[in-house]
Ligand binder design. Sequence first.
Ligand SMILES: [Zn+2]
Length: 209
Amino acid sequence: MLVAVNTTTDTVVTGALVAATASGQYECLFCETPLVADTAAEDPLEAFTHANGTDCLHNDNASRAHRIGEELISRELCQWLSHWFGLSPQEVTVAAEKHVGTDATWMIADVRVSDPIQLAVEVVYLSSSLNLRERLALLFDQEYTGMVVVVANGGVSPMRIERHLSSVGAIQVGTVDPDRFEASIGSVLTPDHVDLSPDAWQPVPAYLA
Ligand SMILES: [Zn+2]
């Protein structure tokens, strides 16, 4: 794992920085099991390992940049929600690659916050078809809000995606820089902000719509 909750300081820390300040008890942001900090790890994604030996995230089909994006955005959301709701990071429930919906209609959210708000984040990285309209409709049906985050070196710039989506709403997308380990969150999308009518989506390029 790249990020971890430091339960001693009640903060979310990132692997690249932890070598300098390695003290505290660490636990997984997603599955809440204890993590072991490896300050000598050369790969930042191995800065923390699950003490029980099993990684709760699947590495197989997610690209490295996508995985980094999921972890960094989870960190940002955790800090943001902790601040706004006066909660410790441990009181924010965040998961990666988990479903939203019911047996009949469901989707996998790259990042899913279920408490204190319901929010699903789409991390866009070289995606061939995002089906964003359909996914937002499902989220809104399930009383979830949405967010779009773009991996900065993924071939499509965040600004371009914002421009492409301008016909459906004033949407600010979040960004991830997987090389510098920086991330920013985007607008929280609700039915009030996003027009899901087919007309509004007409100008949106097929890879997004
Ligand atoms: Zn975990």
